[in-house]
Write a protein that binds this ligand. Structure first.
Ligand SMILES: [Ca+2]
Length: 242
């Protein structure tokens, strides 16, 4: 009887281990395995965002990413002793958008255009004396023209910590999961020499920051959302208003 129980447990463990897959896609590299770029290059966005790298709550990748970017935008402000870092709860309360909250709770998160409107409103709430613009870029293709547009924005964005890219992508492309998973996270860096993008994935219960090749990044962006008809995912560029 004892032997048979042991055999059952062993078989179960073997089955479970046979089902488990690598945590990341073969083309994805964890930041901990490749730190040269952020140590040897200025990597302004990485250093602006990483002090504020927070984990998302359930389905709350949008709020977690906004909190990171908003805190990073305040990095150089002379904050007083009464000013707390922006938290997800604080953002939640101050934006106070019941439809947005409901959408996230029901796993029907806002698409890029609606999300951009939330980001714009929130920027006005948090930055009374500074003006920002939020540019929406849907990525409808992985062709050369789309790649050029994305790389141009990545390069521009990598030049300063005054602007940030918020990517909206299918996380499964970067993790190798079989089911698509619409997701939002900030771009932490762009390594032009190695043509790769650092994603500060806020899904920290499962992942740590990772590099994806430019081509995979593009593939992740150029995906459709089941409940957002007609437009692919893509990214937002948050920058000071000119
Ligand atoms: Ca930037």
């Amino acid at each position: 009887m004892k032997t048979s129980l042991v055999a059952v447990i062993a078989t179960t463990l073997l089955t479970l281990s046979a089902q488990a897959k690598p945590k990341y896609a073969a083309t994805t590299t964890r930041l901990v395995d490749s730190t040269d770029y952020v140590r040897k290059s200025p990597a302004p966005d990485f250093w602006a965002l990483i002090p504020h790298y927070v984990p998302q709550g359930e389905n709350m990748c949008q709020t977690a990413t906004m909190v990171m970017v908003f805190n990073a935008l305040r990095n150089h402000e002379a904050l007083d002793s009464e000013t707390k870092n922006i938290t997800q709860q604080d953002l939640w309360n101050r934006v106070n958008d019941p439809k947005w909250k409901k959408a996230m709770k029901e796993k029907k998160c806002y698409g890029l255009d609606q999300f951009a409107d939330v980001v714009r409103r929130a920027l006005e709430i948090y930055f009374k004396d500074r003006k920002f613009e939020v540019r929406v870029e849907h990525v409808d293709s992985t062709d050369a023209a789309a790649a050029t547009r994305v790389v141009t924005d990545l390069k521009q964005n990598e030049a300063s910590d005054q602007d940030f890219i918020i990517a909206n992508f299918d996380q499964a492309v970067f993790t190798g999961e079989s089911e698509p998973a619409g997701h939002i996270s900030a771009v932490g860096a762009y390594d032009a020499a190695q043509k790769r993008v650092l994603v500060l994935d806020v899904d920290r219960e499962w992942y740590t920051p990772y590099w994806v090749p430019e081509a995979e990044f593009l593939k992740g962006l150029a995906t459709g959302d089941a409940h957002i008809k007609g437009k692919n995912r893509g990214y937002l560029v948050v920058s000071p208003k000119k």
